[in-house]
Ligand binder design. Sequence first.
Ligand code: PMP
Length: 390
Amino acid sequence: MEREGYKQLSYILGNYPTPSYLNTVVPGSLFYVNSIKQVKDLAPALSNFMLQLTPNSKTMIDRQVIDKIGSIPLREIQDTYVEGKVKRVWTFDVSTNPALSIKDVIARQLIEDALKKKKVVPGKTIVVEATSGNTGAGLALLGNYYGLNTVLVVPDKVSAEKIERLRKLGAHVLVAPTKVSPQDPHSYYSIRDLLGKHKNVWVPQQYDNPSNSKAHELFTGPRIWEETRGKVTAVIIPAGTGGTISGIGRYLKSKNPNIKIIGVDTVGSILSLLKQGYSLKDASPHAHSYDIQGFGEDFLPKNMDFNVIDMFIKVSDISGLQMTQMLPSLGFFQGQSSGASYAAFLEALDSNIIRKHDSVFIMFPDVGIPYRHDVYNDTWMQSNKFSFNY
Ligand code: PMP
């Protein structure tokens, strides 16, 4: 059952007219990695999949659409619960980015830096990446603009709706199992690496490619600084690859080293342990799978710059998801990592990490539309034991 009250909102948003610039995009194919049971059959099956792709020809996406990426408006969050406990609270409305998330900014940077270095060739290169969705949506959009095929490997916890959206943006999607170790041959990292060995493939490596955090240092950080007129004193940002928090952190610390840069991590991820000084070897046994999507990691991405991050706040599946369900009552229909970031914000207030004089920016990385069938669906929440009334 769709949650009452969200039903109409999600229906209206979900049926928003597709922008006309996407009319010329041919939807991509879908392939389930789990359908190949034997490890020895994986490589030949994936080879066949790659060979049947026809070259992508440039679609009619206007340059203006690409240039507009990152011009996201600042919005103030009004919440009676926090009134008097903090000076101001802001976020960005990322729904004005063409693929509806903050990750459009890095997709543009990754592809344009690669074009400059001649690592990708329009009409020839296949872009392959492991992504929970948003970077993929951005890459698919940019791929269509530049005439590059995009193949995305996504974990099977990603909703069918999100996968559909990627295909509509022109991406070919490979679905890999979530509950296996990164070293497992079926894991989405292993599948990406296997595909990376094919001819004419370029893997942006969003975890380790410096263009990721550079994009946020060049665009998102300055935008927070300018739009808040330099008044921001703390930021709260969910971390996965670390690109968003590290790029923003680098820029804001260069403007004012006293700005608190607070990361949001999941229970089950090891990022906050690594920040506390644990070695990868000591932290790794603490990693376990979790259900909330989009952030947290079980390894250390090169884009993670702990030097500009003051601390992490950990958020559990249940509190992150519950808080996501609450955000529409504040006027925000957002994805799961946004809810987790708001939960981290409330915890920072409770524990005096954020105080009365602070003006806080909270990153809401994506919108709620692709999550209508999980966090905004009461049956899904109850059957996964994330509701209080199960
Ligand atoms: N939230 C969402 C919804 C995301 O898609 C991502 C990227 N996987 C993040 C948070 C984390 O951002 P980053 O990778 O820049 O650390």
